[in-house]
Each structure stands twice: as C-alpha cells, then as structure tokens.
Design a protein around this ligand. Structure first.
Ligand code: AVJ
Length: 355
C-alpha cells in the first residue's frame, strides 16, 4: 500500500478528501463539564470520603491531566508493566489474533474491541498483526477520556490504511453493549495493561461475567494481567523516584478543587504505595500530613482528616495463577492460550466462553 502525498498534507480538507476511513467518535458519556457529570463525581466523593476508612473510586484519576500523567508513568524506568507487556505483544501478536479471519461474506469486517485504550500504543502490535492476517479490520476502542481517544484514533487512522475506527467515549458496560449488538463477529475483545487489576476480585469477576455474557462462540477475550512479584519491585513501580506516580495520585485532590470547588491543600497530603501480598495487591493512598478539615461545596460536605489518616485511592491487583483460575471459573471462561515474558512478570491470556 502506498502512502499518497495527501496523507502528509497539513490541510484538514485534503486529509478528509483523501481518507475514506476517518475515525468516527461516539459519545455515550455526559461531557466533563455537564451538570450530570459533576453531580456523579460529587456523589462518589461524598460517599467515599464519608466512609471509614476513606476511599475514592479509581475511575476519577483519568481526567485530561491524569491521562497525561499515566502516559508518563508508562515510560518510567520503575514502571516495568507497560514495557513487559509490550515485549510479549511484540513477540506473539500474530498468534493472539488467530481467532480473527478475513470477512468472507456479507457479515462485515473482523472486529478488534479495546477496553480502556488510552493512547493505544501497545495495541498497534495487535492491529498490525490482525491487518496482515485479515486485510481489513474494524477497530473499536472504548475509553472514558475523549481527548485520549480522539488523539490515538487520529494517529492510528494515519498509520493503518485498511483500519476502520469507531471510538466510543463510554464506560465499559455501555460501550460494549452497544458494540456487541452492532458489530458482526468474530470479535476479539482486548483488555490490556492489567487494567482489570483496579477492581476487587469480586468486581473483576462481575466485569468479566458481563463481558462474557455479551460474547458469542467465535469471540475471544485477550486479557493482560500483572503477576505477583517481589515487594521492592512493586513498590518502586508505584512510587517512582521522579514523583510522577505521586503527582498522578495527588491530581485527584487538584481535580476535586477544580471540579467541585474543594479547598484541598495538596501539600497537606503525601503519596504512599504499599504492597499487601495478603490482599494480592498494591494499594495507593493519600496520607494526611496533619489534622485538617476540607470543604467540598459541590458535594455539600466538610471532611475532617486526622494526621496520618489516609484516603485509599487505588488497588492494583498482582495476580497468582490461582487468582486467575478463580476469576476465570467464576466468570465462566475457558483458557485457550497464554503468553508470558521470560521472568513471568506479566501474562496475556486468551479466553473463550465456557460451554
Ligand atoms: C492503568 C490500572 C494498569 O494499576 O498499574 C499506574 C494505573 N496507577 N501507576 C496500574 C497506575 C499507578 C495502572 N493501571
């Protein structure tokens, strides 16, 4: 396939004229500044900070600033997760997409659905392999960050002629329900980066069951999971020397200030990451450095913090084979194949629905 001069032309007009497969972005979420969105955030904050111990839902890390900080985390020397998964993908992508076949009837193109695509850098390995195999492919990323989705969809459209892209700004459930009702099979759903790890074992099993419930016989789930390993490695990965992960965690306080008119003093808290092998996870907390009280007007609460009290902001599960087998069984999947790196730090597994 040759790249025409049009593709490099700076003019938007020429780009549109020359590209039959410009990404299509569907919005199933309320925009960030809408009243519904602010109210949902306020309700989550009120619930989490009224509880003992205090918590905040991890979903709220990913505003534009948080998504940008997460991309920076992925490049840190301590954060081996992204690099390790990418090495496995680089090596085995052609095997991972074998469930996809060239469309041979009126059924439409093979489809690769991605949950939480972010910047979709690692996904390129899979897209390249699937395009080589099938010629054409529909790529359907789902992400809550409109900016991340728009940017990566634009880049991928330029890089991969033959790829049809429809992005969904949506939560996983609503996005998947819509996509699985419309896209013809076979469909490969990819859930990379150990994003599943943010869910409790129960939440993960519910999410996987929901996904399985929408899958047909010829569909497959490709799931990337970070594995249990030595505490120092894990704690360094979540508390890097440049302080990027700390900034990512503290951004939640800035976000409450920005969106809920809260008066958090971010220098009154510090980032803490601790591996709890008994719970199978790394936990991130924000630790209050003193007794203090914070007003959150949009959530209609004032919150008191004791010195040393923490907000539990994230869990990142680090799986054993036993934990993965438990999830697989509970959610009704069967494993077809699995790939790992030479140190066994990260695992990609291909599952189909049981029965
Ligand atoms: C995007 C959920 C996979 O848990 O490792 C990175 C997020 N948090 N550093 C992870 C994260 C702190 C990341 N996931």
């Amino acid at each position: 396939m040759s790249v025409s001069a049009f593709h490099e032309a700076p003019s938007q007009g020429l780009l549109i004229d020359s590209s039959p497969s410009l990404p299509n972005i569907m919005h199933l979420l309320e925009p960030r500044n809408s009243r519904e969105h602010v109210e949902a955030f306020a309700a989550a904050v009120r619930a989490g900070l009224s509880r003992e111990p205090k918590t905040l839902p991890f979903e709220y890390f990913y505003d534009d600033e948080g998504s940008r900080l997460f991309e920076a985390i992925c490049k840190l020397p301590e954060y081996y997760v992204t690099r390790t998964e990418d090495a496995i993908l680089r090596r085995h992508a052609p095997d991972m997409v074998k469930c996809l076949r060239r469309a041979d009837g009126p059924l439409g193109e093979p489809t690769l659905v991605e949950l939480g695509s972010g910047s979709a850098v690692k996904t390129r390995r899979l897209l390249a392999a699937a395009l080589k195999r099938c010629g054409r492919l529909d790529y359907v990323p789902i992400d809550v960050s409109a900016s991340a989705l728009e940017e990566s969809a634009g880049q991928l459209a330029r890089k991969f002629p033959g790829l049809g892209i429809t992005g969904y700004v949506a939560d996983y459930r609503r996005g998947l329900e819509r996509i699985m009702a419309t896209a013809a099979g076979p469909r490969l759903i990819v859930f990379l980066g150990s994003s599943l790890g943010n869910y409790t074992m129960e939440g993960a099993s519910d999410l996987l069951s929901m996904i399985g419930g929408l899958m047909g016989e010829s569909d497959r789930l490709l799931l990337g999971t970070d594995m249990a390993k030595d505490a120092p490695l894990l704690e360094a990965a979540y508390d890097d020397s440049m302080g990027v992960t700390a900034a990512f965690n503290l951004n939640l306080l800035h976000r409450m200030n920005r969106e809920l008119a809260a008066d958090f003093r971010p220098d009154g808290f510090r980032h803490r990451a601790v591996y709890r092998p008994d719970r199978g996870r790394v936990e991130m907390h924000l630790v209050s450095l003193r007794d203090q009280s914070v007003q959150i007007p949009a959530a209609r609460i004032a919150v008191r913090f004791r010195e040393g009290e923490t907000i539990h902001t994230e869990s990142s599960h680090k799986y054993t084979l036993g934990m993965l087998a438990e999830l697989r069984g509970a959610a009704g999947f069967v494993e077809e194949s699995a790939w790992t790196d030479h140190r066994g730090w990260f695992r990609l597994q291909l599952w189909r629905r049981a029965g």
